[in-house]
Design a protein around this ligand. Structure first.
Ligand SMILES: NC(=O)c1ccc[n+]([C@@H]2O[C@H](COP(=O)([O-])OP(=O)(O)OC[C@H]3O[C@@H](n4cnc5c(N)ncnc54)[C@H](O)[C@@H]3O)[C@@H](O)[C@H]2O)c1
Length: 248
């Protein structure tokens, strides 16, 4: 299951799992991304198995329905990727951040991750372990959950919350075979590059030692690793995929 899987990083993660022969459920507000394509159809066209479920991760009822539906149709939920997130127009300096801006970011980025973790961990606790692991939860955090990025207090606080929620759940559920990890992307080019603020892009290039900025598929590789048997003893980590951004 990949939330926010209709576009960007979530689409790349869903496609990567699809290409590995896994059954993928794409959950998002809309079925199609900015390019008008539906991730589930892209996966099906490539010979994989995928379906779309409309769900708002900020709604407890919709999240519960989403997880219940997956268990009913497929019998178990092996990997929950909590990727849906927003910033955009709500991302402002502290003084300009309205109550609505703060609540809008928190509702999706932190409450949404909490709701999806709660519902998916509950479901995973009821299924038999495979090779000692009942299930993997992988939260998409951000390098901005570990430092104070310029002018993004709500986003930074939401992602910092995701990083520590990840650690907490890893501690509480590893004994029952549920592995909880995060992946922290650095600057990944998603959406329309023309829409990106040139100043912000220049800042990202200056902060990224690697010769280019990230691609969604760079993040997908790390997520697939954390969901693989090779990572069966890994829990509570926040794996940076940032081209070296956080190394200095
Ligand atoms: N792109 C980057 O540089 C970058 C860097 C660090 C972290 N991240 C994180 O990676 C994740 C994906 O980012 P992206 O750049 O691919 O963004 P994106 O905007 O391309 O995709 C986000 C997806 O989430 C969906 N979504 C938003 N609100 C939702 C809700 N309430 N319920 C269900 N789905 C919802 C959107 O419809 C969209 O399809 C986010 O959590 C983001 O904070 C991105």
């Amino acid at each position: 299951m990949v939330t926010g899987g209709a576009s960007g990083i979530g689409r790349a993660i869903a496609q990567r799992f699809g290409s590995l022969g896994e059954t993928v459920v794409v959950a998002d507000l809309e079925r199609t991304g900015r390019d008008g394509e539906a991730t589930d159809e892209l996966i099906s066209r490539g010979g994989g198995r995928a379906e779309f479920v409309r769900a708002d991760v900020a709604s407890p009822a919709e999240v519960q329905e989403l997880i219940d539906g997956v268990r009913e149709r497929f019998g178990r939920l092996d990997v929950m990727v909590n990727n849906a997130g927003i910033a955009g127009r709500h991302n402002k300096q502290l003084i300009e951040t309205t109550d609505e801006d703060w609540d809008a970011i928190m509702a999706v980025n932190l409450r949404g991750v909490f709701l999806c973790c709660r519902a998916s961990v509950r479901a995973m606790l009821g299924q038999d372990p495979i090779d000692d692991v009942r299930g993997h939860v992988i939260n998409i955090s951000s390098q901005h959950g570990m430092v104070g990025p310029p002018a993004s207090p709500a986003y930074a606080a939401s992602k910092g919350g995701v990083v520590n929620l990840t650690r907490q759940l890893a501690v509480d559920y590893a004994s029952r075979g549920i592995m909880v990890n995060a992946v922290a992307p650095g600057k990944i080019l998603t959406g329309s590059v023309e829409q990106q603020d040139p100043e912000a892009l220049a800042y990202s290039h200056a902060r990224t030692p690697f010769a280019r900025l990230g691609r969604p598929d760079d993040v997908a590789g790390a997520v697939v690793f954390l969901a693989s048997p090779d990572a069966r003893f890994v829990s509570g980590t926040n794996l940076l995929v940032d081209g070296g951004w956080m190394a200095y």
